[in-house]
Design a protein around this ligand. Structure first.
Ligand SMILES: O=C(O)[C@@H](O)C(=O)CO
Ligand SMILES: [Mg+2]
Length: 253
């Protein structure tokens, strides 16, 4: 199994460039991040060259974070901002060689939200495709992100089918999926052709994967049996310094 350190949570107390170095030293095979925009892309590109780690993915900006926003792309009336955030994320991804951009939907419900999300995802897929970039959508659980537009893999699958873009895929975060829908291994098997990236954390406390209600040794073995070889994203909140939470890296590899 290969693993990617999600630097939105792991080593989140360090500048992004130092966090990449820490992930390399700890033995991760790749990194991914949430919102890298405060760090110049050329600095990130340089540290990726230095360490040899790929940055697997990044997110579009959330909008007005102070006002509680968590993405713009499903918000009716905010299309210009949403598309600017998508274009910015794609440009940043190109600059650092990242192949996945997660387009964040936002807190909104309803039919207009669905139409808005689909239209903005269409824009994202068209912009990203010539660059070889995949657009990801990620269902978030309703406990941590109440009211988030995209909450289940069932909903995400319907959106992917409806848009029919070859470069739109599902970010399957085992943590969110277990909380909302469960049945992880059957769901992974069925959805595999539509999955662009897999993440994990313990459930329900979003800690390291060697605890909680999900047996990740079993889930990872199943993912390997399915033929999935890309690094899996460790997106958990370390309790204490990240280095002290990495025993699982040796045992689950
Ligand atoms: O699971 C998550 O929260 C992340 O993957 C993310 O990108 C949005 O917060
Ligand atoms: Mg996630």
């Amino acid at each position: 199994m290969r693993f990617s350190a999600n630097l939105g949570f792991l080593w989140a107390d360090r500048p992004l460039t130092d966090a990449v170095r820490a992930a390399a030293t700890a033995g991760f095979d790749a990194v991914e991040c949430h919102w890298p925009y405060d760090t110049p892309a050329q600095d990130v590109a340089a540290v990726l060259r230095e360490t040899g780690l790929p940055m697997l993915g990044l997110n579009t900006r959330r909008g007005n974070v102070a006002a509680g926003e968590n993405g713009l792309s499903a918000l009716p009336g905010r299309e210009d901002e949403a598309r600017a955030a998508i274009d910015e994320a794609i440009a940043y991804a190109i600059a650092i060689g990242t192949r996945n951009v997660h387009v964040m939907a936002g807190f909104v419900q309803g039919e207009h939200a669905q139409d808005t999300f689909l239209a903005n995802l269409g824009h994202a897929c068209r912009q990203a495709r010539p660059e070889g970039i995949t657009i990801l959508i990620e269902p978030l659980n309703d406990y941590d992100a109440p009211g988030y537009f995209l909450q289940t893999t069932t909903q995400a699958e319907a959106l992917i089918d409806q848009l029919g873009a070859p470069n739109l895929r599902l970010m399957f975060d085992c943590y969110h999926v277990q909380l909302m829908e469960g049945n992880l291994t059957r769901r992974l098997t069925r959805l595999l052709p539509k999955i662009g990236h897999i993440q994990f954390a313990s459930v329900p406390d979003r800690g390291a994967p060697d605890r909680g209600e999900v047996n990740f040794a079993h889930v990872f073995a199943h993912i390997a049996e399915l033929g999935w070889t890309a690094p899996l994203g460790a997106e958990y909140r370390p309790q204490g310094p990240t280095e002290t939470t990495l025993d699982w890296l040796a045992t689950l590899r």
